[in-house]
Each structure stands twice: as structure tokens, then as C-alpha cells.
Design a protein around this ligand. Structure first.
Ligand SMILES: [Zn+2]
Ligand SMILES: [Zn+2]
Ligand SMILES: [Zn+2]
Length: 272
């Protein structure tokens, strides 16, 4: 399985407009964050999660040339605003609609924002075409499974995702945009090689987990590696990263993780 972090920034992006704080002026490229999104390649199937304002630029920067499934975690602007640029991937599929797996709220937002893209085929060549579908708790694909859960995020429910690749048995969890992770959701994530959590900023926030909250969830799930995403300019990658506990790190734009079967261990005897 391969995971590519296309964007790791909060809804305003980093640097933020008209801010001259140390992080917004930082020369460290890991402190430059486009809006949050990942691309997962599971057994050769390409799953795109969310399309931020910078989606086109993210695709160019990371060499994304194929999308088989699109998942919209929720309808907030920083996750949906780039969806028009999915048109290129509809073209590459031979002019057919992309399945858009989402929630009731996400589906309603897609229909409101992209009325010209509803249908089985693009209305004109080069237009996008979307077929919104409710993501079930278990989506079975030939290459693996995607389990989903509804995370709390203020007045909105957000899809939390657990990928499990069939041929390697590798499990990967992605919980962005959430204020909490319930005991049942932590259980769902257990056994993941890597867990990604919303870790907005050091100070508490009404609808996102702050660093202490995210670290507590990471330690309870106990994955070998946890990456924090959806980060504001209150986080310096190097400075604050040095304070994180073992096994927990900040994600950054362009980070690629290759998660394969652990060598020398038969599938069943692996503990994580
Ligand atoms: Zn700033
Ligand atoms: Zn959100
Ligand atoms: Zn967001």
C-alpha cells in the first residue's frame, strides 16, 4: 500500500494570508501546507480522499495520474472545493463518471456545488461527472476493504477510514477533521501499521482535536507510527515536532509512505 499526503494544512492553509508569524515566514518546506487530502494506492487501485482548493497543483506535484474511487469525507470547503478538477480523471476513464463515496451531508453539498456534473457521463467532453453514493460501513473492493465510521466534527459527521489491503494484510487508518475518537473507533483502528489523526494546533478547538487530545488517542490506539495532519500555523514542523512522543510525528505535504508486508514474518504471526 502506498499513502501520499497531498496536503496537510488546516482550512486557511499555511502560510496564512497576511500573517508574518515565524511559521508563515519559515524557510522549512515542511511548514508550507496546502489543504488536507491523501491519495491511497491499495493493491494497484487508486483511492483519492478529498479534493482541496489546491487539488490540481497537488496532483501535478505528486504525479497523480489515475483515480478509481473518490471519497469525500465531508462537505467543508477545504475538502470539496477542488472537485471540479476531477474532470481530468473522468476524461482518463474514457468519459465516465467517478463514484463519489460520501455521507448524506457530503452528497447534498456535491449536488449543490456541482449541478452540472451529475450523471453517468460528463455533459460535455472535458466536464466532470459524479455519482454520489453513501459509503457503507464496509466497502469491499477486489484489492482490499475500506471500513468507515462517522467521526464527530461540530455539527458535521466526517468519514473516518480504515483501509486493509488484501495481498499484504496491511491496515491503514485515516481520521481527519474530528473532535474525538470513540472507544469503538479506536478499536476499529487497532492493528494499523500507520494511523493519521487530526492534530490541529497546541490549543484546544471546538471541532478539531488539539495536540494533547490527538497524542492521547494515538497512544491509546498504539500503532507503530502515527502522523498528525490538518495543521495550522501554530505548529512548527521541526520545533514542535521535536517535542512529540516516540512514534508520533507531523505529516507534511508530499510525504509518501510505502507500507508492505513485514519481511521474515508470516502474515498470521505479525502483531501490528
Ligand atoms: Zn502565521
Ligand atoms: Zn471540516
Ligand atoms: Zn478540514
Amino acid at each position: 500500500m502506498e499513502v501520499i499526503f497531498l496536503g496537510t494544512g488546516t482550512s486557511q492553509g499555511v502560510p496564512m494570508i497576511a500573517c508574518d508569524c515565524a511559521v508563515c515566514r519559515s524557510a522549512d518546506p515542511r511548514d508550507r501546507r496546502t489543504r488536507t487530502s491523501i491519495h491511497v494506492v491499495m493493491g494497484g487501485r487508486h483511492v483519492q480522499v478529498d479534493a482541496a482548493q489546491e487539488f490540481r497543483l497537488q496532483c501535478l506535484a505528486n504525479g497523480i495520474d489515475r483515480i478509481d474511487e473518490f471519497i469525500l469525507t465531508h462537505g467543508h470547503a477545504d475538502h470539496i472545493a477542488g472537485m471540479d478538477d476531477l474532470r481530468r480523471f473522468c476524461d482518463l476513464r474514457g468519459g465516465t463518471a467517478l463514484p463519489v463515496w460520501t455521507t448524506e451531508e457530503g452528497s447534498a453539498r456535491v449536488r449543490e456545488m456541482f449541478p452540472y456534473a451529475m450523471g453517468e457521463k460528463p455533459q460535455h467532453k472535458g466536464y466532470p461527472a459524479f455519482q454520489p453514493r453513501l459509503l457503507p460501513e464496509l466497502l469491499e473492493l477486489p484489492e482490499g476493504t475500506i471500513r468507515s465510521t462517522r467521526l464527530h466534527h461540530g455539527s458535521v459527521e466526517v468519514l473516518g477510514l480504515v483501509f486493509e489491503e488484501r495481498r499484504s494484510g496491511v491496515k491503514f487508518t485515516y481520521f481527519t477533521d474530528c473532535k474525538s475518537v470513540s472507544p469503538a473507533q479506536r478499536e476499529l483502528a487497532r492493528g494499523s501499521r500507520v494511523v493519521v489523526l487530526d492534530g490541529l494546533r497546541p490549543e484546544p478547538h471546538p471541532t478539531h482535536m488539539c495536540l494533547p487530545e490527538a497524542i492521547a488517542v494515538a497512544q491509546d490506539i498504539g500503532a507503530p507510527r502515527t502522523f498528525l495532519t490538518h495543521l495550522t500555523h501554530a505548529i512548527s514542523h521541526a520545533g514542535d515536532g521535536a517535542q512529540l512522543p516516540r512514534g508520533v510525528a507531523f505529516a507534511h505535504d508530499g510525504l509518501r509512505l510505502k507500507l508492505g508486508r513485514q519481511r521474515g514474518l508470516p502474515r498470521k504471526s505479525r502483531c501490528a
